[in-house]
Design a binder for this molecule. Structure first.
Ligand SMILES: NC(=O)c1ccc[n+]([C@@H]2O[C@H](COP(=O)([O-])OP(=O)(O)OC[C@H]3O[C@@H](n4cnc5c(N)ncnc54)[C@H](OP(=O)(O)O)[C@@H]3O)[C@@H](O)[C@H]2O)c1
Length: 379
């Protein structure tokens, strides 16, 4: 990959360039897909985190060119993604559909841009690291293609807690069920749930076979079944032997992140009528006998994890409270009744923050720190 040599900070000519004198010499960031569900949360995170970037350039499809979005308290005009729009960019976050990332990420990398990709296009590429900064930060530098992948939101919603337990106990098997929010399917998912809720609110629906389906009509958006007043045991597309693509992602990505290529993983992914925040039940089997007391200590002190577990006081994480927060929340910690080597957990994580935008921002910050060490003038 071409190594960036660093450039004097000058006005790029892009409408998003702030010209803020304090930002001179800092790396230029592009947010590709800034108008999407993940992109919008990314702009909030960039506004909340330490201001380490020089110019922040907002890119999306030509449909959005000319729109203005707020980041770091400034209105920035969105430009259409093009080769010219990537000129002079140091780091690009891609928050776009798989096919758009598959096409554009290599183009950006060939220009010397370091790409942090949120799509599924490169996650299982052996030459692309799949990074969770709390679990495998060292892999960020192993990027021969100039591309770093961000895991999928369901894997990310549990992997920080599992990584901490694995480091102490040695993971041997995972059995997982997800309860996934509709925003995991992007803006279209949220619009579908809101529209369906407006059609069923205040009715007696949900008491006869098919009454919800008739009320919401044939257009079920990105979901195969109505999602309001319902639970849908499906996410993604059909893979071999009846598995869904989402289930395969959780298995394959967990193995890659944890460096356990043969870990047995059984997953069932389920969509529920929650706007944002995925939940998972996890049965995790370890090398040896585990104790709940030690597991609780690990979870209570692991970076990025909050242990919220007092059923007697009615305390356990739920999406209604977790949404909009950064950590992985863990409750219902129990030792398996029939296996002293296994733990049962209930885990919640905001799929748009840690599940997508936050993890991407954390990776990009690791890269920016690396660039500033290599090119001190750029930080
Ligand atoms: N939602 C989640 O929980 C989640 C979690 C982890 C990862 N992801 C992944 O993150 C990516 C974005 O997901 P999302 O949920 O934010 O999707 P989304 O809400 O549908 O947004 C898609 C974004 O991509 C842009 N885009 C579409 N076609 C484009 C093109 N040809 N050129 C440039 N930009 C284009 C859109 O721009 P316009 O507005 O101009 O159309 C929009 O900004 C996907 O790969 C998804 O799998 C999502």
């Amino acid at each position: 990959m071409a190594e960036r040599t660093g450039r004097p900070a000058e006005h790029s000519g892009f409408p998003g360039h702030s010209g803020h004198p304090g930002r001179l010499g800092r790396p230029t960031l592009a947010v590709v897909g800034a108008t999407g569900a993940v992109g919008r949360v990314m702009l909030q995170i960039l506004s909340q985190h330490a201001d380490i970037w020089g110019e922040i350039r907002l890119l999306a499809s030509p449909r959005s060119a000319g729109r203005k979005l707020a980041v770091r308290g400034e209105e920035v005009e969105v430009a259409a993604l093009s080769e010219a729009a990537l000129d002079g960019v140091d780091v690009a976050m891609f928050d776009v559909p798989d096919e758009v990332a598959a096409h554009w990420a290599p183009i950006a990398a060939a220009k010397g841009v370091i790409v942090v990709d949120n799509s599924g296009a490169f996650r299982m590429d052996p030459d692309v690291p799949l990074v969770v900064p709390e679990v495998n930060p060292h892999t960020t530098r192993m990027r021969p293609r100039g591309i770093i992948a961000n895991p999928n939101c369901t894997t990310l919603s549990m992997i920080v807690a599992l990584g901490a337990l694995h480091a102490e106990f040695g993971l041997r098997e995972l059995v997982v069920s997800s309860y996934q929010a509709v925003s995991g399917a992007g803006r279209a998912g949220v619009e579908t749930l809101r529209q369906q809720l407006s059609l069923v609110a205040g009715t007696e629906l949900g008491t006869n076979p098919g009454d919800v389906r008739r009320a919401v009509g044939d257009n079920t958006g990105p979901f195969p079944e109505p999602v309001a007043l319902n639970v849908v045991p499906w996410a993604g597309s059909l893979r071999e032997d009846g598995w869904s693509s989402e289930e395969m992602k959780v298995r394959d990505e967990s193995r890659k992140i944890l460096g356990l290529p043969h870990l047995p993983v059984a997953v069932t992914c389920v969509r529920v009528p929650v706007v944002t925040t995925h939940s998972l039940t996890v049965h995790a089997r370890f090398e040896d006998t585990v104790t709940v007391a030690r597991a609780r200590e690990i979870l209570a002190t692991a970076p990025g994890v909050v242990l919220f577990d007092d059923p007697a006081a009615g305390e356990f994480p739920t999406p209604a409270d977790v949404v909009g927060t950064d950590p992985t929340w863990v409750g219902r910690v129990r030792r398996a009744l029939d296996d002293p080597t296994a733990l049962e957990l209930f885990v919640c994580g905001d799929n748009l923050r840690k599940g997508a935008a936050l993890n991407t921002a954390q990776i990009a910050e690791l890269v920016a720190a690396e660039l500033s060490v290599r090119h001190p003038g750029k930080a």
